[in-house]
Design a protein around this ligand. Sequence first.
Ligand SMILES: C[S@@+](CC[C@H](N)C(=O)[O-])C[C@H]1O[C@@H](n2cnc3c(N)ncnc32)[C@H](O)[C@@H]1O
Length: 264
Amino acid sequence: MRFIQHKAEARWFYSVVSKGYDRWINPLFWTAAMRDDALALARLDDRSLDVVDVGAGTGFATEAIVRAVAPAKVTMLDQSPQQLARARRKPALEAVGKLLGDAEALPFATDSRDRYVSTGSVEYWPDPQRAVAEAYRVLRPGGRALLAGPLRRTHPLARRLSDAWMLFPAEDEYASWFARAGFEDIERVHVAPPWWDEGWDPYGIAIAGVKPRAGESPLPVAPPSEDERPVTPARLARFAAGSLAGAAFIPIALWFTLRRRFGR
Ligand SMILES: C[S@@+](CC[C@H](N)C(=O)[O-])C[C@H]1O[C@@H](n2cnc3c(N)ncnc32)[C@H](O)[C@@H]1O
């Protein structure tokens, strides 16, 4: 399952989705209010902080980061050229560094940044534990990492669709990645769009932790995964099925948005 939790598939996915990402995805699934609640855990409390935004995409989170931090001190990293091309069109992000790269093998020196931010990207990473260990490595001692993403669905249909699409981790998995990587003072908050019913299981999470001392993560991690699988018809069919499962969430979210707006 999880047809798009692969680097190549995620690249294919965003070569198309980037066209409508800002218009369709953020307003329904990852709103400005959610982003701001998540970013509060990053403690962007000094304009001179060195910040990396990993899986930064079109720069939706970066736009909020540069309100608190000098744009020239911020670096966006993403593996999708199409997503970064969209970010390049945004005047607020003009002075922000933009790098093509992999969340699981960050092109930054050990102990070189004050803040690590990654929002809505973990669901595509084949080895999230490795990426969290990379977040630890690149931070200076006392630096803070913030990771935000979706949570495992419990409704049977939503669970089936989400598992066919990408990774929806359990809350304990997020906490364990941070603790095992060596982070301390771990904090978390739940986030959800306005159409999400408060009685349902938590929609998404932002989790943050502090790097206590210099150096690499104490957790030994495997080298970053490279996808050597050939592109076969079966693989393309799985990609199409995963994309359709993801697309199914758009009418579902629209339905609940309209229901909330116009009454039940
Ligand atoms: C849902 S978007 C999130 C974009 C942005 N952070 C936001 O808050 O709107 C996910 C992004 O993660 C990127 N991504 C997925 N896997 C990645 C990887 N292994 N390394 C770097 N970026 C990755 C995708 O290209 C995409 O731009």
